[in-house]
Design a binder for this molecule. Structure first.
Ligand code: PDD
Length: 281
């Protein structure tokens, strides 16, 4: 298949699968999700993403009607059906199907929704990107990977309309993360990134980057930094499952970074190696 849609066991081309109007994901965005990539039809970092999905579910009291192993088996099976070796696999669980009411029945079972499409962006991480900053107007649940992404969507669209790749959120003068990625600065050999609390998503790529730093004896500080720190940093960097590790060249039209390219290259190289090692035939 060229692409694949899945909804509670129904499988077909994405364009042919319909979602019931009464799925709470449709009218409340009442659900959680994960995105993973495959290389050679093998899913990268699946265990970490599954763990995070179940943690998000627990925080929102959503019932995932599968064990972790069952869900992994469904995903392993579906990626085999899609022709492309490199795929984007999006999976979400909504709270379930019910008449619209803010309150929910505690026993309602989640709906599983999966889309798989070819992933053609693997080489794009090498290009430096332009960014903008936007106030972080999100609520205090940014650690939960919920479908409620309206502020992220608006910020991302604004970045795109400004000819930029990403929008960096700030609360006051503190940088939190970006609309679909985590944010880092490098200054005097130290990599700094916002601590994992309810203001940011604990990225799986972030976790891998910190591991790479540790094994290369690079100093890490998981502390908040300011917009000024960012504008004056040796490098500004983003990370996510779909964009990998990307360095910035400009923020709000002002040139940034570019003073520690060797560190960026090392992190990118080691991260790509990790993906390739885990997905080798
Ligand atoms: N976004 N912060 C936010 C707000 C995100 O949405 C994401 C991921 C990240 C990075 O997390 P990870 O490294 O686990 O992908 C940080 C995905 C890619 C998305 O929504 O498409």
């Amino acid at each position: 298949m060229e692409n694949l849609g899945y909804y509670n066991g129904n499988i077909g081309a994405i364009e042919d699968i319909n979602i019931p109007m009464l799925d709470r994901g449709v009218y409340f965005g009442d659900g959680i999700y994960e995105v993973v990539i495959t290389v050679n039809h093998k899913i990268f970092a699946l265990n970490d993403h599954i763990e995070r999905l179940y943690k998000s579910a627990e925080m929102l009291k959503i019932i995932i009607p599968y064990t972790k192993e069952e869900l992994k088996d469904i995903l392993y099976d579906l990626v085999k059906k899609v022709d492309a070796d490199e795929q984007l696999v999006y999976f979400q669980v909504t709270r379930g199907t019910a008449q619209r009411s803010h309150k929910y029945n505690k026993d309602i079972k989640g709906n599983l929704y999966i889309t798989i499409t070819p992933f053609n962006d693997i080489g794009n991480y090498k290009k430096r990107v332009k960014l903008i900053t936007v106030p972080d107007t999100r609520a205090f649940h940014c650690n939960i990977k919920t479908l409620n992404l309206l502020p992220n969507v608006m910020a991302s669209q604004k970045a795109s309309e400004c000819g930029c790749e990403e929008a960096i959120f700030h609360r006051g003068n503190i940088v939190t993360e970006a609309s679909y990625s985590n944010v880092y600065i490098i200054k005097n050999g130290v990599l700094k990134t916002h601590p994992t609390n309810r203001l940011i998503l604990a990225g799986i790529t972030r976790k891998n980057i910190l591991n790479i730093c540790n094994s290369n004896n690079m100093n890490i500080e998981e502390i908040p930094f300011t917009i000024k720190d960012m504008m004056e940093a040796d490098e500004v960097m983003l990370s996510s499952t779909t964009k990998f590790i990307v360095a910035a060249k400009e923020i709000n039209g002002v040139p940034v970074g570019g003073r520690a390219p060797a560190v960026i290259k090392l992190l990118q190289y080691e991260y790509m190696n990790k993906i390739l090692n885990e997905t080798m035939d």
